[in-house]
Write a protein that binds this ligand. Structure first.
Ligand code: IMP
Length: 194
């Protein structure tokens, strides 16, 4: 089964391809295609946004399309930045991390979780596949570590004493919200392929 990855993010593509290949899915890189690259993420949930992107790519390419959406939720902030994680303030990842730590400065509860939804839309009216998975942990007040991206330097997943940015990609890619969501969608796809 050939599926288009509805994003130009090569890091995410590699991670997903590695997990989907063993079940017989050939994942095509959206970054190499014309596809609808500028899609407004207007959904209220990660799943809505993943579906919006996957639908647009399935329509544009005529192929099944897979899209993801993710974010970090701080409990003390009622789940913010959440689906707005990539755009909660303008500027760089470091600016958004500073915003988060500023909002949490007078809060005691530092619990949080990363969330990731993955959707697969198949042309021809078949019911879309959608999963949402979480990686719970705590947000720390001083960034630590160099690897990864986004809020990685301020997030320690449960069961560890290092941030995602200190743990590095190999460990992160086994336990992250995205890794769990890819596993979930792979199980659903296996059932469709068989
Ligand atoms: P999107 O899913 O590409 O729209 O990204 C959502 C935003 O959530 C990213 O820009 C990051 O700010 C944040 N985010 C999602 N997943 C991660 C992660 O694994 N580490 C750090 N930040 C993340």
């Amino acid at each position: 089964m050939r599926i288009v990855f509805a994003s130009g993010n090569r890091g995410k593509y590699r991670e997903m391809k590695a997990q989907l290949e063993p079940i017989g899915v050939e994942l095509l890189f959206g970054g190499d295609m014309e596809g609808p690259h500028e899609i407004e993420e207007t959904g209220e949930t990660y799943a809505d946004n993943a579906l919006i992107k996957a639908r647009a790519w399935a329509e544009a390419t005529g192929l099944p399309a897979l899209a993801d959406d993710s974010g970090l939720e701080a409990e003390a902030l009622g789940g913010l930045p959440g689906v707005h994680s990539a755009r909660i303030v303008e500027g760089s990842d470091a600016d958004r991390t500073r915003w988060l730590l500023g909002e949490l400065a007078d809060k005691e509860d530092m619990r949080g979780r990363f969330a990731c939804a993955i959707a697969v839309v198949m042309p021809g009216g078949r019911e879309p596949l959608v999963v949402t998975r979480y990686c719970p942990g705590v947000i720390i007040r001083e960034p630590r570590g160099e690897s990864g991206f986004g809020y990685d330097p301020v997030f320690i997943p449960d069961g560890f004493d290092k941030t995602f940015a200190e743990l590095g990609d190999e460990t992160k890619n086994k336990i992250s919200h995205r890794a769990l969501a890819v596993k979930g969608i792979a199980e659903m796809l296996r059932a469709v392929i068989e």
